[in-house]
Design a protein around this ligand. Structure first.
Ligand SMILES: CCCCCCCCCCCCCC(=O)SCCNC(=O)CCNC(=O)[C@H](O)C(C)(C)COP(=O)(O)OP(=O)(O)OC[C@H]1O[C@@H](n2cnc3c(N)ncnc32)[C@H](O)[C@@H]1OP(=O)(O)O
Length: 159
């Protein structure tokens, strides 16, 4: 799974302050703690290895809700990172930027084997100062298994 990921960078989530989100919060010890990075091609990427209890009905497949959380959280954190980048600031430098999920449509295309790492790849398009569209794809072993179309909406940092 070639992603062009820059491992030397600090993950977006490890630069965000006070984030207790189940999927992406560095401050949630029971969460998934995903880690997202810029790739060389301008997309944002995240690799995740599931635990056995993240399974669907059959234990060999990844749960669809966990897939939705991965797609959602990687997309929103990437929208936040893009907003900081657009404003010429490092993540968490100066006034906090927060986005939440306004909407998300997911196509589940293939079951995801639970014992292989997944790669998430997000393409971002800033629609307006408050809205970012994210198309996020989830791959397992180079197979496109799910795709989400996410609308990230900027909110005040006390949301
Ligand atoms: C904050 C904490 C900080 C911690 C660090 C952060 C870590 C990251 C955490 C990551 C967490 C992981 C992710 C999670 O789990 S985030 C948790 C799940 N998401 C939510 O709970 C969101 C709940 N909804 C809301 O709070 C409000 O409805 C929002 C904020 C979304 C908009 O209500 P608001 O009154 O503020 O704004 P507006 O009505 O003026 O709309 C503004 C623009 O947006 C457009 N629009 C809105 N909704 C939709 C829609 N459904 N489809 C299409 N378009 C939509 C709207 O047309 C308008 O467009 P335009 O007319 O301007 O063109």
């Amino acid at each position: 799974m070639g992603s062009g990921m820059q491992d030397i960078e600090i993950a977006f989530q490890d630069q965000l302050q006070k984030n207790h989100c189940f999927g992406c919060g560095a401050d949630n010890d029971q969460g998934l703690k995903i880690k997202s990075y810029w790739a060389d091609d301008g997309t944002a990427v995240c690799r995740f290895t599931a635990k056995p209890h993240h399974c669907a009905g059959p234990t060999r497949y990844l749960n669809g809700g966990i897939m939705a959380t991965l797609l959602d959280c990687h997309s929103i954190c990437s929208a936040i990172a893009l907003a900081y980048r657009t404003e010429g600031r490092a993540i968490s430098e100066g006034e906090s930027i927060a986005f939440v999920t306004g909407s998300m449509d997911i196509a589940y295309k293939q079951p995801v084997p639970i014992d292989s790492p997944v790669l998430l790849k997000a393409e971002l398009e800033s629609l307006s100062p408050r809205k970012t569209r994210v198309v996020c794809r989830l791959f397992s072993e180079d197979n496109l298994c799910a795709q989400a179309d996410v609308l990230a909406v900027r909110v005040p940092d006390n949301w």
